[in-house]
Design a protein. Structure first.
Length: 118
């Protein structure tokens, strides 16, 4: 069973930066695509960034492209989200996501809160 534990959320001023981390355990990390989603109050969960199992391919939502960077460390079984130039509309609970590249089974972390003050 995959376990995902996020960390790194917090309060930051608009224009600031945060780095989220997600620790993966329970299965073979390199068999999973990894990503980040977020959910703001009253809104549906939306995808933010995804990394292929190798880390070679990354994808970003238009709203964060050029500001956020996803990276994975297959040796550390971790995925990161570097968030720069944060905006108030980036405030949300951020969730780590994993998908088995063979079975397509998905797993979710508990989420970490990101608050951006204007």
């Amino acid at each position: 069973q995959v376990q995902l534990v996020e960390s790194g959320g917090g309060l930051v001023q608009a224009g600031g930066s945060l780095r989220l981390s997600c620790a993966f355990s329970g299965r073979t990390f390199s068999y999973y695509a990894m990503g980040w989603f977020r959910q703001a109050p009253g809104k549906e969960r939306e995808w933010v960034a995804v990394s292929s199992f190798s880390g070679v391919n990354t994808y970003y939502a238009d709203s964060v492209k050029g500001r956020f960077t996803i990276a994975r460390d297959n040796a550390m079984n971790a995925v990161y989200l570097q968030m720069n130039s944060l905006k108030p509309e980036d405030a949300a609970v951020y969730y780590c996501w994993a998908r088995d590249i063979v079975t397509y089974l998905e797993s979710w972390g508990q989420g970490t809160q990101v608050t951006v003050s204007s």
